[in-house]
Each structure stands twice: as structure tokens, then as C-alpha cells.
Design a protein around this ligand. Structure first.
Ligand SMILES: CC(=O)SCCNC(=O)CCNC(=O)[C@H](O)C(C)(C)COP(=O)(O)OP(=O)(O)OC[C@H]1O[C@@H](n2cnc3c(N)ncnc32)[C@H](O)[C@@H]1OP(=O)(O)O
Length: 417
């Protein structure tokens, strides 16, 4: 069998996308969702594998900017829509698409690639390391109380139609992006995905609801600033013992502690509900420290974003380091050999340099481990304890680990792509 890889043409999108949907089980997407998927497709960054007239493979990439430790937003290929037809699986089609795609990403000058994986076992071989986790929650709000900090009552909440307040919510989101590694600068058109509200999204719950948090702007004119928002649905449930509806939280952003607390208190207190569920929250949510009983919050930590350094030097220069580092890394990268070899990284909280060197190495690791540690959520020391990073100079692992680790905020990806 020979397959041909081609850049995606607009007229091929439907068959290309149907190949993808079929690989995920073949359930059609509602028209509105499919339309958004098509609108955000970047044709010149997407490839298809063709067996004659038949599309048998898909792989896309979005032109993202990803926040890294220190707050810079780094050009990143958001790898997406990967599939191979079951008739052609395990014959190397994915491998050929990953080969082509990583060469392309390098030629586009993007130092990073990132993805969320349908199965964790797929992408390590191509150099992707698990860099962020997400928190799944199922809070029993009939039993868990929330203690809010001073100032919470100064925050006013109001209901608003999600579409009507989209701009102010997007402004809040944009202010959060540089604050947390793992967040993506919103590309034009992507805000539509935040409002998708098909029957499939609702799954028996209400249409999307939105509450914005506001605080007086302090100029005496009676105006207010939006300092946070929550989008959610409510799934009513009447049990023999009474109402036990579920609050399905879709997104929540807050610019300060009081706004965060006010929004969560609102969700906790919604009448006729008994729980809050969400599948994608940061692992360092502030409310985890405000609850009376964290065990009844149904916490589940899951793997989320996998990161690959496409250009080691540029990527390591783009972020900052919590503590000073001066370390020579011996990097192994069998899939993208241009990264292999020794790199001297020097840096601190202000900036960094990373160049090739002939000096003796202090640490040896593969590109996959470098990707895992890159956003500061996975410590080099823990990778070392697992035998994934080898210490060649005594003390180098602890020193580099402190520098790499993002001590102030956990990296987090707020939405899939
Ligand atoms: C970012 C995203 O879009 S994630 C979405 C990924 N897509 C899906 O999960 C849809 C359903 N699955 C598929 O479409 C396909 O099975 C794919 C894309 C996962 C794999 O495509 P294939 O063409 O079969 O992969 P390919 O033949 O190139 O395999 C390369 C290697 O990966 C391994 N591999 C491939 N898929 C998997 C998997 N799901 N789990 C574990 N190993 C896998 C193969 O065994 C092979 O290993 P080897 O090099 O040691 O022999």
C-alpha cells in the first residue's frame, strides 16, 4: 500500500473531516459544531493521507501562541484532528504524518508543538511529554461548605446572555492568559467555540447560562468593571428525597480572589442543586483551600496537554526560570535529530540563554522529558526519580529542577482543541 500526503484543500474538507469523525466512532456532529470546526481549520497547516481517491489519514495544526513560565506567549503548533482509517491502521500512516508535520512546524519557525491525546500511549514516541494536568471535580454541595475571604461581598453578580457579554468575558480571559503557563492566546473565531450550545453539549441540561462578576470601578460615576465570569448549565434531578440538580461548570475565570470566591459561592448555593461537576479545572484552584471537606469534592487528576520542543534552543530561551540555572543538558531526540546533543542553558527569573556547547553534560534526558518539564508543572526531580533524567554532575538535578519548576501557578489548558 502506498499513501500520498497532501496539504488539505478546501474542497476536500468534508471527506477529510468525515474520516476523522469515523475514526472517533462515526457519530455526526451537529451542524453548528461542524461549522465551527471547519471555520477554525487552517488549511495550509493541515495534511491528509490519501490512498487513491480515498482519504485515510488526517492531521491538523493550529497557529497558536502558548503562555510559558515568565509570561511570554510562544508560537506553538496546536496539533489536532489526527486520525487514520481503521482499514489502514498500524501501517505507519500516523508516523508519516507526524514526520511531515514536525518538519513543517520547524520550517514555520514554531519552537513548540502541543496536543491533547485521545490515548496517552500514542505520542511519546514522537517526542511529546505530559506537561499539564487537569482536575475533574464532583463536589457534593449538600455537604461541603465554602468559607470565602473578606471582600467577597463587594463583588456583584448578574445573569447575562452568554453571547451578549462575550466581549467583556473575552477581555477577562485575555488578561488571564499571560498569568498562567499553558493558556492559549485566543485566535479570531475561537471565541465561538465558547458559546457552542447544541443538544449534544447540553446532554439533558439547560441551555448555557452565564453570570458575570462586577466591582464598582471606583471613579465615582456608578460604573463597574467585569472581574470574572462563569458559564454553566443546570441539569435538574428530582430524587425521592428531593431536588438534587447538577451544576455543570463549563468555564470560570476570575481576576482576583474575591471574584473567584463570589462566583464559586454562587455555584455552591444554587437552589435545587446538590453538586457541581467539571472535567477541566486547574489543579491549584483557590477554592480547594476554602472548602470544609475536600474529600467530598470528588477530585480526579487527569493527564491533559502534551508538549514537544521542536527547537530546543529557542524554546528554552523563551521561558524564564524560578531560580538561577546554569546547566548542560545532553538531549536525545531520535525523531527530530536536529535537537540532539549538548545544550548549555543559563537563566533566571528575568530571562535565559540556551546554546549548543561542547562542555561536559550535567544532565541527560530525552526530548520527551524536556517537554514534560517545560511548562513548569512536572518536576525534573520527579522525572529523575523515575530514571527518566540522569544526573551526571552531583547536585545538577536539584538545581535545575528548582529552576524549571513553576512554583507560583500550575500550568493549565482551559479548553481542548
Ligand atoms: C491530537 C489528536 O488529534 S489525538 C487523536 C488521535 N486519533 C484517534 O485516537 C482516532 C482513532 N485512532 C486512529 O485514528 C489511529 O489508530 C492512530 C492515529 C491513533 C494511529 O494511527 P496508525 O497509522 O495506526 O499509527 P502507526 O501505524 O503510524 O503507528 C506508529 C506506532 O504507534 C503505535 N500506536 C499507534 N496507535 C496507538 C495507540 N492507539 N496506542 C498505542 N500505540 C499506538 C503503533 O503500534 C506503532 O508502534 P511501533 O512504531 O512501535 O510499531
Amino acid at each position: 500500500m502506498t499513501t500520498e500526503l497532501r496539504v488539505l484543500r478546501e474542497e476536500d474538507w468534508n471527506v477529510w473531516y468525515d474520516n476523522l469523525l469515523r475514526a472517533f466512532g462515526g457519530v455526526p456532529e451537529p451542524a453548528e459544531e461542524r461549522e465551527v470546526s471547519q471555520a477554525v481549520t487552517e488549511y495550509d497547516r493541515s495534511i491528509g493521507a490519501w490512498d487513491g481517491a480515498q482519504c485515510v489519514g488526517t492531521a491538523g495544526a493550529f497557529d497558536f501562541r502558548l503562555t510559558v513560565p515568565g509570561g511570554a506567549s510562544v508560537p506553538t503548533a496546536g496539533v489536532t484532528m489526527v486520525s487514520v482509517a481503521a482499514t489502514h491502521r498500524r501501517r505507519g500512516v500516523l508516523t508519516s504524518m507526524m514526520r511531515r508535520q514536525l518538519d513543517d512546524i520547524r520550517s514555520w519557525g514554531q519552537p513548540l508543538a502541543a496536543l491533547t491525546a485521545s490515548e496517552p500511549d500514542i505520542y511519546g514516541r514522537f517526542g511529546y511529554g505530559l506537561a499539564t494536568h487537569r482536575l475533574g471535580i464532583e463536589i457534593d454541595t449538600t455537604r461541603v461548605r465554602l468559607s470565602v475571604p473578606p471582600g467577597t461581598d463587594d463583588v456583584r453578580l448578574r445573569y447575562a446572555a452568554p453571547a451578549e457579554v462575550l466581549d467583556v468575558c473575552e477581555a477577562v480571559y485575555a488578561r488571564q492568559v499571560p498569568e498562567r503557563p499553558g493558556m492559549l492566546v485566543r485566535r479570531p473565531g475561537w471565541e465561538r467555540a465558547e458559546l457552542l450550545d447544541t443538544e449534544r453539549h447540553r446532554d439533558g441540561a439547560s441551555p448555557l447560562q452565564c453570570v458575570v462578576a462586577e466591582r464598582a470601578d471606583g471613579d465615582g460615576g456608578g460604573g463597574s468593571d467585569v472581574v470574572g465570569y462563569a458559564r454553566f448549565r443546570v441539569k435538574p434531578d428530582w430524587t425521592p428525597s428531593g431536588a438534587g440538580g447538577v451544576v455543570v461548570l463549563e468555564s470560570l475565570e476570575a481576576l482576583d480572589a474575591a471574584a473567584h470566591a463570589a462566583l464559586w459561592r454562587f455555584l455552591f448555593d444554587l437552589d435545587l442543586t446538590g453538586s457541581i461537576v467539571s472535567s477541566r479545572r486547574p489543579v491549584d484552584e483557590p477554592w480547594l483551600h476554602m472548602v470544609s471537606d475536600v474529600r467530598r469534592c470528588g477530585l480526579q487528576v487527569k493527564d491533559d496537554m502534551y508538549v514537544r520542543l521542536v527547537d530546543v534552543g529557542a524554546a528554552l530561551r523563551a521561558r524564564t526560570y524560578q531560580a538561577p540555572v546554569d546547566v548542560v543538558l545532553e538531549v536525545e531526540d531520535t525523531f527530530c535529530p536536529w535537537n540532539s546533543g549538548r545544550w548549555r542553558l543559563t537563566g533566571d527569573a528575568k530571562g535565559a540563554d540556551c546554546e549548543r556547547t561542547g562542555d561536559t553534560a550535567d544532565l541527560a534526558l530525552s526530548i520527551r522529558e524536556l517537554g514534560a518539564a517545560y511548562l513548569g508543572g512536572v518536576s525534573l526531580a520527579s522525572l529523575g526519580a523515575a530514571g527518566r533524567v540522569r544526573e551526571l554532575r552531583q547536585g545538577a538535578l536539584a538545581e535545575a529542577s528548582v529552576g524549571f519548576f513553576s512554583a507560583t501557578v500550575a500550568p493549565w489548558l482551559p479548553h481542548g482543541f
